[in-house]
Structures are given as C-alpha cells and as structure tokens.
Design a protein around this ligand. Structure first.
Ligand SMILES: C[S@@+](CC[C@H](N)C(=O)[O-])C[C@H]1O[C@@H](n2cnc3c(N)ncnc32)[C@H](O)[C@@H]1O
Length: 190
C-alpha cells in the first residue's frame, strides 16, 4: 500500500498517526502485548501508538512521554518531559521493573550532517535501551525501538543482543521503504 493510503486508513479508523500500522504489525507478529500489561510509550506524540495499545488491550496501563504536548487519551497517563529525565517522573519511576512492554518511536532532530546524525540517533537509542532495561519486568518484558538503517545499526543490535534473550529486526509494510527506519525487538531482559 502507498504511504498516503496508510495515512488515509489511519484517519478512517480514527487513529492520530499512520505509525499505528507499523506497531500493529510488530505486535501481531511478536505477540508482545497481553491484556493487563503495563506499557511505557516513549516519544508518544501525537499519540497513535498509545491509542493502538488501548484499542488492542483496553485493560492495559499506558504511561506516555514526549517533549511535545499530546491531547488526552482515555486511560493513558501522559507526561510532557524529556526521556533523559524519566527517572524524575515519580509516577513512572515508582514502576521500575514493572513494565511488560516498552515502545519507543523516538527520533532526534536531524542536523543534516550524516556522521553527527548517526551518532545522535545511536546515543538516544542506547539511552532508551538502558531506560527500558531499568523499567521492564525481568520475567515478562519486551522492547520495541524504532531506529534507522545506518553504519551504527549493527552496533545497536549487538547491544540489544547483550540485553535480551531474543532479538529480531522488523521493517513493517507501513514503513516507507525510502525512510530508512527500522525496528528492533527485544524479548526477555537478561
Ligand atoms: C515519530 S514521533 C512519534 C509518533 C507516535 N509514536 C505516534 O504514533 O503518534 C517521535 C516523537 O519523539 C519525540 N521526541 C524526540 N526526542 C525526544 C526526547 N528526548 N524526549 C521525549 N520525546 C522526544 C518527538 O517530540 C516526537 O513527538
């Protein structure tokens, strides 16, 4: 399907972004989302992923963080904060090791200088990975992170492999082939 058709489909179904279909495909394949889960949505605005989690599992407890504001979603606790300050959010930091699923759609601002952008993406991804490991349940935790196909992707995947029993790479159909975005999945924190 063409990228615009995904956007149209999202609008028709009442979702805020076409990013929902990328997450939906990964969740369907991995079966990572269960009823009554604690879910942490990092880089959540405008809110498509949080909406999808609540639509798929209304009993889930969703906590969402973004630098930008986000219109309220029923049953989603939103914090307008930098991910770097996650430990300062007491409602979230009191749930360390309690989350069943951490999803990150974060993307840093790009400078246009390839080497700098690749480093910035890598650093943000590594910070997010470490935060996810802090907040995920050891016995039942999964992590989905958006990243980009670049020279540091292999290094990131290696870090994921050191952190999870199972690691997989996904390129969902709804992700524009030109965009270079790609998703890593980790299951079972080590
Ligand atoms: C692609 S959008 C997320 C789309 C969302 N998953 C959806 O389905 O609606 C990426 C988001 O990451 C946020 N972001 C980037 N850097 C961040 C940071 N350091 N802390 C928190 N959010 C950040 C941006 O503000 C932006 O809203």
């Amino acid at each position: 399907m063409h990228a615009d058709s995904w956007a149209l489909k999202a609008k028709k179904l009442g979702f805020r972004s076409r990013a929902v279909f990328k997450l939906e495909e990964i969740l369907t394949k991995t079966k990572a989302l269960k009823n009554n889960s604690f879910v942490l949505d990092i880089g959540s605005a405008p809110g498509g992923w949080s909406e999808l989690i609540k639509a798929m599992t209304p009993s889930s407890h969703v906590y969402a963080i973004d630098l930008l504001p986000m219109d309220p979603i029923n049953g989603v606790m939103f914090f307008q904060e930098d991910i770097m300050d996650i430990d300062e959010i007491k409602e979230i930091s009191s749930l360390k090791s309690k989350f069943n699923l951490v999803i990150s759609d974060l993307a840093p601002n790009l400078t246009g200088i390839r080497a700098v952008d690749e480093e910035n993406i890598f650093d943000l991804n590594i910070f997010t990975l470490k935060a996810a490991l802090n907040y995920l349940s050891k016995s039942n935790g999964s992590f989905i992170i958006k990243t980009f196909q670049n020279s540091l992707l292999k290094k990131l995947r290696t870090e994921m492999e050191k952190s999870f029993h199972l690691v997989q790479t996904y390129k969902p159909a709804a992700s524009k082939s030109k965009s270079g975005e790609i998703y890593l999945y980790g299951e079972g924190p080590l």
